[in-house]
Design a protein around this ligand. Structure first.
Ligand SMILES: [Zn+2]
Ligand SMILES: [Zn+2]
Ligand SMILES: [Zn+2]
Ligand SMILES: [Zn+2]
Length: 379
């Protein structure tokens, strides 16, 4: 492992580089313990209920898509393999019945339906894979009961009353609230491709055993990629890559949301969903910016410093992290993705960056017009 778990004073559990890591290096390839679909109130794409790949409309002579024997068209599979493995795990007969109940639970909002999908997957995990369920419980998140968790719990109880969960844990309001907090703090959103309108749908959420151990930083030194629609086994794995060279012993962090979010939005998300205040280098600078500078950093504004018009002459005191966005923020409209170099080949660094949201490949700009690696390693 290129990263190892460590305790950092005043911060708790963290992953640090166990050796010098070159830019673009793959730090982790992690298979999910749990994947569940996001609920859309408008039509999202149809995906295989086994591997979560998008199912393209079948060609005239292609083999027909397979369905679930119980709920038929509500669960489709791209292959007999996906069908048989899903029927024994993620689409067990209990999940199938629970999802059928959920379709008739008309009082739940789309957001609560997505959370109900999670709870169904999580309680099912306790039945089909108790060790993965214990792992899920070991993650960060100490659930607090709320009106929403009670509403979702009464849904789960109604399902279990009709269809007892085979050899799973016993559902309780406390456990439901706890599971919901594990989800909130550890799940990665798997996005659909960016639409021309700029709209982005979440296809699914996935929880990974190792990837959820990375802490957040608003100036991350690694980012994650997923390739759910790729062929072959392991399409649901998440891949974490280094943005730039990382010295041994340095903590490796991800950003838990797009890197171009402004200070206020970042702090709100971190305190509401993760329960902490970020005090990173970038936040310490941006907390002093005036409100009118806190417009969303979209398009041209993203490079603006506190005067609302950073002009390239670089008032380093006010906006010392401009280099980071020049290099690592995708410049495609509405994207907001992070660019990371491709993995080194035969020890040679790549000079092509890949966006983790829109997938574009971009040649690296000349060294002297852009980023000085030393800047990034400065503490
Ligand atoms: Zn499949
Ligand atoms: Zn079914
Ligand atoms: Zn921060
Ligand atoms: Zn992009």
């Amino acid at each position: 492992m290129l990263v190892k778990p460590t305790n950092i004073q005043g911060k708790g559990r963290a992953l640090v580089a166990s050796e010098p890591i070159p830019a673009g290096q793959i730090l982790l390839r992690d298979r999910p313990i749990l994947v569940y679909l996001s609920h859309h109130d408008h039509d999202g794409p149809v995906v295989c209920a086994g591997c979560f790949r998008k199912l393209s409309s079948p060609e005239p002579n292609a083999a027909p898509l397979l369905s679930c024997p119980s709920c038929s068209d509500h669960a489709r599979f791209c292959s007999p393999n996906c069908q048989s493995s899903a029927l024994a795990s993620s689409h067990s007969s209990w999940v199938c019945k629970a999802l059928t109940c959920l379709r008739s639970a008309s009082t739940l909002s789309p957001d609560l339906r997505t959370q109900a999908n999670f709870l169904i997957a999580a309680y099912n995990l306790s039945s089909v894979s108790p060790s993965d369920f214990s792992l899920l419980l070991s993650f960060q998140g100490s659930g607090v009961e709320s009106p929403e968790s009670h509403l979702l719990h009464s849904f789960i109880l109604a399902v279990i009353a009709l269809h007892p969960l085979p050899k799973g844990v016993e559902a309780s309001p406390v456990l439901t609230a706890l599971l919901l907090s594990k989800d909130k703090q550890n799940a990665f959103g798997i996005m659909e491709p960016l639409k021309d309108s700029g709209e982005r749908l979440v296809r699914a959420y996935a929880i990974y055993p190792q990837a959820s151990l990375f802490n957040h930083d608003c100036l991350p030194n690694a980012c994650r990629f997923d390739y759910f629609d790729n062929p072959g086994d392991g399409n649901t794995s998440i891949i974490i890559r280094a943005l730039h060279d990382i010295p041994a012993g340095r903590e490796v962090c991800l950003s838990y949301f797009p890197i171009n979010w402004n200070y206020k939005d970042r702090q709100t998300r971190l305190s509401e969903d993760y329960g902490f205040t970020c005090n990173c280098d970038r936040c310490q600078i941006e907390m002093n910016w005036k409100d009118e500078d806190e417009e969303d950093m979209d398009e041209d504004e993203q490079m603006d410093g506190p005067d609302g018009g950073w002009d390239g002459s670089g008032d380093e005191q006010d906006f010392p992290h401009e280099y980071f966005f020049m290099k690592f923020l995708c410049d495609r409209e509405n994207c907001g993705g992070t660019l990371a170099p491709l993995p080194p080949e035969n020890g040679m660094p790549s000079h092509v960056l890949e966006c983790n949201v829109c997938g574009q490949f971009k040649p690296e700009e000349d060294e002297d017009s852009g980023v000085n690696e030393d800047d990034m390693l400065d503490e």
